[in-house]
Design a protein around this ligand. Structure first.
Ligand SMILES: Nc1ncnc2c1ncn2[C@@H]1O[C@H](COP(=O)(O)OP(=O)(O)O)[C@@H](O)[C@H]1O
Ligand SMILES: [Mg+2]
Length: 606
């Protein structure tokens, strides 16, 4: 470190030439030493200070590339009216054009027009503007329409399609108070777009600090009198159910964030004078540099905290995402063990504490993952064989695999006070019980699905299957006509499985599990109807479903359709089948009764 006190020689040497240290550093490191072999006089002849300029073409780019939507362009007008001290803005909009009118200060002098209207990106030294920052916003409208700006004795006529960057300035006209912007669209605005523009503008200017009239209707909800769940010196917050949270910079919408980023859904509105740093197009908060942003996020997090602690509000997946990220770290882990942020493949949510407790209690329960709704996973969890996480849980923790998730928990909670938690202390034991999928796990072999050979069928099962054969063809047909695919009937057989009530290979058979058959035998007609439903279900599977499989939305919709569309015919067939079944049962019973008689007789003889 001693060397630090003695700058390198070259530094001292350059300093005597009054060169900026940074340049000296650069020359030293780049090996570029322009002074070598030249006198100072010579050097001053070659070197001069120049300034970058911009070509006017950039103005066209600035105008066109900041154009987002028409409502955003009107939003810029509203912000300008607020900056101009207007007490209200009135916008009228039809398919051919619009008028935006305010009662603000307008342009009073020619100097103002030349300095603030004619120049793009002028210096904003005068701090009176609430929103004005870049000196560009007014131009957004020019992408959509030719405009005439009437203000006091001036009229400014802009038509970039016809005249490019030239505009007409007329002076000494009759006084028009405030500012009135009249526009004619370059392309007629379709009605649907006009409506959507109005809706967008309503949302964008909802909490504007001044009334905003759109075609005569005031769409502003004065934030000072609106109802909020939270208020501090910086912002108001309203919570609602939904995907995300709308961020309003001093009453004007910037954008929405997913509640997985902010923790709540609803709206956050910063107060007047509490300015969010936004991008030039005002469509993003500059979250890295904005000084206010962390305070806003902290306020939202406070609300989440209250919500979680009260246990009142139902957590959404987005909130779980947020909580998982916000609390899994050494300083934010308070209460993490009890947060239900671990979503299982059966859709339930568990806390780490509960999961670890379950896993630790046994020696062989495994930890794995399977898609939402996986049947085998469901069974494995029901039987206490596994804890099966939904894939969303992994992404919630940015983990690529189950073991990465366990590592992440160990690393991030291991550095926190939670490492003292007794369940957490044993988390290492679970590492060896992690499987990345159910199919790779030992559970696969625990789950069986086998067809029972015909000669082993019990008489009652045989009777039920024979009866169901009457419904089998119609069920196959019902599925075929709903799905529009060929669907030949499959053989109905008896099966043994510990995971499903029925299974199929997708083409040749549908096996009904013995327990399901027994249940139907016990329940009678309703039981049989249920089996018909199960058969239809199996026909909708056109691949092997004896292992892990899931039912997606489409599957359920098809099932629903078939059951509704073919209810009458299937029900009629089922009644027929049931009569047939009853006769078979009678026969079986008669045979049994005969046997009983024989037994009774021989007992009497003995
Ligand atoms: N409705 C208005 N009333 C008065 N002055 C306006 C109005 N709209 C725009 N101006 C003036 O034009 C300037 C440029 O507007 P704009 O391009 O939106 O940039 P910025 O708002 O960032 O300054 C404003 O700063 C303001 O001086
Ligand atoms: Mg502006």
């Amino acid at each position: 470190m001693a060397g630090m006190n003695h700058p390198p020689r070259v530094w001292q040497h350059r300093a005597t030439h009054r060169r900026a240290p940074r340049r000296a550093w650069f020359e030293h490191h780049s090996g570029d030493r322009p002074t070598r072999g030249r006198t100072r006089e010579q050097e001053s002849k070659v070197a001069e200070t120049r300034r970058f300029t911009v070509n006017p073409a950039i103005i066209r780019h600035l105008i066109s590339s900041q154009a987002g939507t028409l409502e955003k362009a009107f939003g810029e007008c509203v912000m300008n009216s607020i900056d101009a001290g207007a007490s209200k803005v009135e916008i009228s909009l039809d398919n051919d054009g619009f008028v935006v009118m305010d009662d603000g200060c307008g342009f009073k002098t020619r100097e103002e027009v030349l300095a603030c209207f004619e120049v793009f990106g002028f210096e904003h030294t005068d701090k009176s503007r609430v929103f004005g920052q870049f000196g560009l916003g007014r131009a957004q409208l020019w992408n959509w329409a030719s405009t005439i700006w009437s203000t006091h004795q001036f009229r400014l006529d802009v038509d970039i399609r016809a005249r490019g960057l030239d505009y007409e300035l007329a002076d000494n006209l009759d006084d028009v108070p405030g500012m009135t912007i009249g526009g004619g669209f370059y392309e007629r605005l379709p009605e649907a777009e006009r409506q959507s523009c109005i809706r967008g503008l309503e949302r964008m200017c909802k909490y504007s600090v001044i009334p905003v009239f759109i075609n005569g209707r005031n769409i502003q909800h004065d934030p000072a009198t609106a109802k909020w769940q939270y208020e501090d010196e910086n912002c108001w917050i309203r919570k609602s159910d939904g995907w995300g949270v709308d961020i309003y910079n001093q009453g004007i919408l910037v954008r929405s964030y997913s509640s997985s980023e902010i923790g709540i859904s609803g709206a956050i509105v910063t107060k007047r004078g509490k300015v969010l740093a936004v991008s030039m197009s005002r469509t993003d908060v500059l979250t890295q540099t904005c000084k206010l942003w962390p305070k806003i996020k902290a306020a939202a997090a406070k609300l989440v905290d209250v919500e979680v602690k009260s246990g009142k509000s139902r957590l959404t997946d987005e909130k779980r995402d947020f909580l998982a990220q916000a609390t899994i770290n050494p300083d934010g882990c308070d209460g993490f063990m009890d947060l239900k942020v671990f979503t299982l493949s059966n859709g339930r949510h568990e806390s780490l504490s509960a999961l670890l407790y379950k896993l630790i209690r046994t020696d062989d329960m495994i930890l794995t993952t399977a898609p939402h709704g996986d049947k085998v996973a469901e069974r494995a969890m029901r039987d206490g064989l596994a804890v099966v996480l939904a894939p969303r849980t992994l992404s919630r923790f940015d983990a690529e695999s189950v073991s990465a998730l366990v590592d992440c928990l160990i690393e991030r909670l291991g550095a926190s006070s939670l490492r003292e938690n007794w369940q957490f202390q044993r988390i290492n034991e679970i590492r060896d019980r992690v499987y990345e999928s159910l199919d790779d796990s030992p559970i696969k072999s625990v789950l069986r699905a086998e067809v029972v050979p015909t000669h082993e069928w019990k008489p009652m099962h045989r009777a039920m299957i024979s009866a169901l054969n009457l419904v089998n063809g119609p069920a196959a047909y019902a599925v075929a006509s709903q799905t529009g695919t060929e669907n030949p009937a499959r053989a109905l057989v008896v099966g043994e499985s510990n995971a499903a009530e029925a299974f199929t290979d997708g083409s040749t058979f549908v096996a009904i599990e013995t327990e399901a058959l027994d249940k139907a035998i016990h329940d009678g007609l309703p039981g049989m109807l249920r089996l018909v439903g199960i058969i239809v279900h199996e026909y909708l599977h056109n691949d092997d479903d004896s292992g892990s499989h899931i039912h997606d939305q489409e599957f359920y919709e098809s099932f629903h359709e078939v059951m509704l569309d073919s209810a009458d015919s299937l029900y009629a067939r089922c009644l027929e089948a049931f009569r047939f079944y009853c006769k078979r049962v009678e026969k079986i019973n008669a045979r049994l009764a005969k046997q009983a008689d024989v037994v009774a007789m021989s007992a009497a003889q003995a």
